[in-house]
Design a protein around this ligand. Sequence first.
Ligand SMILES: [Zn+2]
Length: 275
Amino acid sequence: MTLYRDEGIVLRTQKLGEADRIVTVLTRRTGRIRAAAKGVRKTKSRFGARLEPFTHVDLQLYERRSLDLITQAETLRPYGQQLVADYPRYTAGTVMLETAEKLTAAEREPALRQFLLLVGGLRTLAEGAHDPRLVLDAFLLRSLSVAGWAPAIDECCRCGARGQLRGFAIPAGGAVCARCRRPGAATPAPPTFALMLALLRGDWETADRSEPRHRIECSGLVAAYLQWHLEHGIRSLRHVARESCPPYPDPHPDGRGGDAGGAEADDTTDHRERV
Ligand SMILES: [Zn+2]
């Protein structure tokens, strides 16, 4: 048996037998792992408290043929305690954890950039300096980008034109110019495009100045884009307050094929095929 150390964010826990748990962790060096933690469901287990979702932990593990075994856990930052008291921040954080798990499809495949995005996102959320909606959308846009699915925002995804962006076509890959826009595509306000770009680039000065209606429109587009790109969707997204977002419902309620951003039978290039 080999012993190893790694740090990570606890994404999820599941019951295992009478007193144990399976803990899913996105680690800095090893990628996403599932490991067993013994005895953590017994009353007042301090070890167990360190292995709750959102916690940034330093772990020591035994590598085993099936599930690795967690032998030590030290809390680095208890983000869960900071988020649980505030519903908008907590639900935004829940979406981050679920997205990080879905975007790291393979276990034990290093995903350092995704790990750093998650740590940064949870820290920013816990600090409370920005609207949780903006923090979540920044995380989602950058995570999609790291996964190779960045939406086009400042150029037309069909012809590459940089001006006159009028629509947002989700299956085509993002912004479309006036010439390439087909009927049915969403038509975000220009400041919404500016907000999306600011969030992707980490320009908080611009993002914090944005108006509520543009934040709402941005959230709706980012959510629809994310759902389109993830096979089974992000269940926790429905708990995030997204008032007045009926233009962007579940993009494919019957599995696939529905399209909040304007699908056309003729040229709906599904750009997931290209990545
Ligand atoms: Zn175009």
